[in-house]
Structures are given as structure tokens and as C-alpha cells.
Design a protein around this ligand. Structure first.
Ligand SMILES: Cc1cc2nc3c(=O)[nH]c(=O)nc-3n(C[C@H](O)[C@H](O)[C@H](O)COP(=O)(O)OP(=O)(O)OC[C@H]3O[C@@H](n4cnc5c(N)ncnc54)[C@H](O)[C@@H]3O)c2cc1C
Length: 482
């Protein structure tokens, strides 16, 4: 046992592990990366977290907080202490908000809210498995974020332990929020012009000191360990209607998406030909893609408006709860379907997988993807949250050719940035994208990010190498699968 471990074991009420099987388990998440940690701490209470951070400062090691480990870009992986938040699992439901500890998995929150006829809007397709802490860490969203926003729009208050082991409640903590307000200098020209963004620190969302907690959302555990959060909750809509529409041309789906975007749909989602072939339903032979369009209010009025605007063929009009759930499952299984349709040797690691562009640039996005496939001899599967201009791309090519992965990433992110898009709209920067943040935001904004990191974590103890990054990590640390 080394001295960090024995010091932790002396003071921590929860569990401390360094056994090989624990290290192996916590060395991976749902990304293609792998980093073996030194020690795993499963804190029992706030004091355990404070002690862990203080010991990490003393021994100059790092602390990376982990939720359910479903992240797709390696943001919860690091080589120091991993802090597993699973014991932080309390939920208090009030009239229009819930106070939730961050180890709570989304499915548990959903069930508790449903009893109260409420729901929490951000709904990543990974469904019930991810934790509230991870969703805050990545600024997660999902299909209904089109109407209700991402995590950043649905969190009212956040309690953290910072990099010095100090407890801070934002936005109540005036000192920190004042510092943030004064430090934030924004080069607006370099802020992505999109409705969803999980890249960098969201300085663009800090309008007054009342917004200071938003700096934590999307910060990937680099500014503080989030203990609990006050979340906005909504009444479950009395009715929903879901249309599935098929198209012979992708460009018609894009123009319909733009046209119906201002009719206040709760979701507009896209799946391409390769994905729809996995759905247990017969479509026309020449169908190239589907749109899933949902409304959750003024149903008959919206149906009329929708039908007047749409040019594709409606293949399903669903109003029964069970049918709607069944069809959303088809859409939510797109990642699984896409992986199923690609041989494992041809599954390129997830790197360029969740960019977003302004919706007026969607045609350019698809053209760019075609050019990439031609230039780099790849194929792609595309699906996702088209109403937000946010599309997931799974590349089909040689899994082993890592130089190719890096070249594609560089080219792709440059093109996305040129379109005023974001390199990541929901899964975060992690190991895959942190090195591209400077390019995304420019020097002034990046320097502001560095200053913000210093406010919360002056010794760079918390998840170092993510967001503020000096190293190239995009093709390092891939899982030893090959
Ligand atoms: C099949 C699949 C489908 C998905 N679909 C979507 C989708 O539709 N929309 C979408 O937005 N996302 C989607 N995701 C990604 C999803 O957002 C993340 O997987 C999820 O939010 C991560 O939660 P987690 O608990 O697993 O976090 P982890 O993977 O454990 O951690 C993620 C990040 O959050 C940080 N973190 C965790 N807990 C805390 C805490 N208490 N305090 C501070 N930071 C913390 C970690 O350090 C890390 O940086 C999908 C993922 C999968 C696997």
C-alpha cells in the first residue's frame, strides 16, 4: 500500500480501492479510450470528498469524479484518484424543482418524478443509465432539448467542492460569482452560433451573477465535484403526438426540418438509410431518411400546421403513450443499430461524433460529410438531433489507422468551426476534443477559460488534461482492443 492510499484509508468513511480488478473497471467508460487510475475512492459523505481533495493536493496527484461511466469521449478517465459518486443518491421533489444528489441515475429520478406527474426535460438516448453528475459534467441534452434546452438551461443551483476542498454553492456564493463576472471577457465572434453546445466553459451563458452556477455545467469535473443540484422540473404533458416521416431525398428532410422548427415541436430527430434499415418496419424502397417529429401541446392546431408544411410522406402518426415509447426506442437505439451495422474492425473510434451547426448550414454539413468520405475513403452512419443542427456521425473505415482518425478529426472540426458550429453539442470535450478548444474559441476566450480554471482549481488537481489541455490526446490512450 502506498502512502496516499494509507492516508486515505485512515480518514475516509467510504471505500478506498487499489485492487487490479477495480483499476481495470474504472479504466474505461463508453468511449474508445482507456487510462488506468491509481486509486478509487467511493465517498460516503461530503467530508470524504473534502479529505480526498486535500490529500490529492498534498501528494500532488489528481482527482477525477465519475458518475455511471457512460461518457463517450473519455472525460471520466484519468491516472490519479477516481471518485465514484454512487453513494450520493438522495432526491427531494418540490413543486417546480427537485434537489438531487449527483450520484442519482436518471432512471431513478424519472420514476420518482413520474409519481408526482413531473419530468426532468434533458433526455439523453442512453436513457436511465447515466447519472445527474455526469449529465451536469457534459451538459447533456437529448431529443426534447429542442424545446426545453440542455442541462445548462435546467439547473437552478449547484453545490460543489472545489479544487482546494472548499464547499461552494452557486449562484448564492457572491464571492465566486463576482470573480467570475469580472473575469469573464468574451470574444463573441468565436462563440458557436448554435442552440446546444458542450465544448469548453460556457462563459457565454453567464449574463449576470445569478447565472454563475452555469460555469460548472459542461465543465467535466475540472472546476469542482458537484455534490447536488437544484433542477427545474415540469408537468408531464397531458398529450403528445409523434409523426414518423419518410423522405426520398435528405435535402427535403432538411428543408422540412427548418420549416417546422418554428412551430414549437418538442423534438425533430433524423435517422439515415443505414439506421432505418434496422427498424422493424417496411419503408418505401427509395427512402433515404426519416424525421421523427413530436409535439407535446396544442396537438390538433400543431398537427394542422405540421401537415401544411411537411413535404415528406407520413408513415406513422402516433398518439398512444406505448406506441410513442416504442418508436422513440427505435430512434434511441441508433447508436446500437449503427454499431450493429458496422463490422468491429471497421468501427472507427468515436471522435467526430456530435458536432452541431446552425440549422441553415445543415445542407453544407451533409455536403462536408460526403467530401470527407470521398477524401478519406470512409463511409458514415448519420442520425441525431437535427432540429438543433446536432448530428451524430459514426465513421466506417479502418479502426487501426489512428493517423487517419486524427487527420479526419482536424479537417472535420475546422469545417465545423467555419460553419459557426460547435465541435461537441452534448458529449463534451474529454480526451477526444480538448486539444481543439483553442481553435474553437480563439485565444481570448481560451485565456478566460484558463483564468476560470485557476479560480476553482488553482493547483490543477481536478481532472487535469480535460478542457484546459496542453497535450494532444485525440489518438492516445485507445483501449487495448487491437
Ligand atoms: C448509447 C448512448 C447514447 C447517448 N445519447 C445521448 C444523447 O442523446 N444526448 C446527450 O446529451 N448525451 C448522450 N449520451 C452521452 C451522455 O450524455 C453521457 O453518457 C452521460 O451524461 C454521462 O453520464 P455518466 O453518469 O455516465 O457520466 P460519466 O461518464 O461518469 O462522466 C462524464 C463527465 O462528467 C463528470 N462528472 C461525473 N459526475 C460528476 C460530478 N458529480 N461532478 C462534476 N462532474 C462530474 C466526469 O468527470 C466526466 O467528465 C449518450 C451516451 C451513450 C452511451
Amino acid at each position: 500500500m502506498n502512502s496516499i492510499e494509507s492516508e486515505l484509508k485512515k480518514i475516509i468513511k467510504g471505500k478506498v480501492h487499489s485492487e487490479k480488478e477495480f483499476k481495470k473497471f474504472y479504466s474505461v467508460d463508453a468511449s474508445s479510450y482507456q487510462i488506468i487510475p491509481e486509486i478509487i475512492v467511493i465517498p460516503e459523505n461530503e467530508d470524504d470528498i473534502i479529505h480526498t481533495i486535500k490529500i490529492a493536493n498534498k501528494f500532488k496527484t489528481n482527482v477525477t469524479v465519475r458518475g455511471a461511466g457512460t461518457g463517450l469521449v473519455g472525460s471520466a478517465l484519468n491516472n490519479g484518484i477516481i471518485l465514484d459518486m454512487k453513494n450520493f443518491d438522495s432526491i427531494k421533489v418540490r413543486k417546480d424543482y427537485a434537489v438531487v444528489q449527483t450520484g442519482v441515475v436518471k432512471g431513478k429520478l424519472d420514476s420518482k418524478l413520474e409519481i408526482n406527474k413531473k419530468f426532468f426535460p434533458p433526455n439523453p438516448s442512453v436513457g436511465s443509465f447515466c447519472s445527474i453528475g455526469g449529465m451536469i459534467g457534459n451538459n447533456s441534452s437529448g431529443s426534447r432539448s429542442l424545446k426545453y434546452g440542455s442541462m445548462i438551461d435546467n439547473v437552478l443551483e449547484i453545490t460543489i467542492i472545489d479544487g482546494k476542498g472548499k464547499k461552494i454553492i452557486l449562484p448564492k456564493n457572491e464571492k465566486t460569482s463576482r470573480i467570475i463576472k469580472n473575469k469573464i471577457k468574451i470574444d463573441q465572434r468565436k462563440i458557436p452560433k448554435v442552440s446546444k453546445n458542450s465544448s469548453g466553459y460556457r462563459i457565454d451563458k453567464i449574463i449576470t451573477t445569478k447565472d454563475s452556477h452555469k460555469i460548472i455545467v459542461g465543465s467535466e469535473g475540472t472546476l469542482g465535484i458537484v455534490i447536488s443540484a437544484k433542477l427545474k422540473i415540469k408537468n408531464i404533458p397531458k398529450k403528445r403526438i409523434l409523426f414518423v416521416v419518410e423522405y426520398g431525398l435528405v435535402k427535403n428532410a432538411i428543408s422540412d426540418c427548418i420549416s417546422i422548427n418554428n412551430t414549437n415541436p418538442s423534438a425533430i430527430e433524423f435517422v439515415d438509410k443505414k439506421t432505418l434499415q434496422q427498424i422493424n418496419q417496411k419503408f418505401e424502397k427509395d427512402t433515404k431518411c426519416l424525421l421523427f417529429v413530436e409535439y407535446d401541446e396544442k396537438i390538433s392546431q400543431n398537427e394542422k400546421e405540421f401537415k401544411a408544411r411537411i413535404t415528406g410522406k407520413i408513415v406513422k402518426k402516433l398518439t398512444k403513450k406505448q406506441d410513442i415509447i416504442k418508436w422513440w426506442k427505435y430512434r434511441d437505439s441508433s447508436l446500437f443499430y449503427s454499431l450493429k451495422s458496422i463490422k468491429s474492425v471497421n468501427r472507427m473510434p468515436h471522435v467526430i461524433e456530435d458536432a452541431a451547426v446552425p440549422i441553415e448550414r445543415l445542407s453544407d454539413f451533409f455536403k462536408m460529410q460526403e467530401k470527407i468520405n470521398k477524401k478519406f475513403k470512409t463511409k458514415s452512419v448519420i442520425y441525431g438531433h437535427i432540429g438543433n443542427g446536432n448530428l451524430h456521425v459514426r465513421l466506417i473505415g479502418s479502426r487501426k489507422n489512428l493517423t487517419l482518425v486524427k487527420n479526419i478529426a482536424k479537417h472535420y472540426f475546422e469545417e465545423i468551426i467555419k460553419m459557426n458550429g460547435t465541435i461537441t453539442a452534448e458529449h463534451g470535450d474529454g480526451l477526444a476534443r480538448s486539444e481543439f478548444i483553442k481553435k474553437q474559441y480563439g485565444k481570448t476566450n481560451y485565456q478566460t477559460f484558463v483564468e476560470i480554471k485557476k479560480i476553482f482549481d488553482p493547483n490543477n488537481i481536478l481532472n487535469p488534461g480535460k478542457i484546459i489541455s496542453k497535450k494532444s490526446t485525440v489518438i492516445n490512450n485507445f483501449e487495448k482492443l487491437f
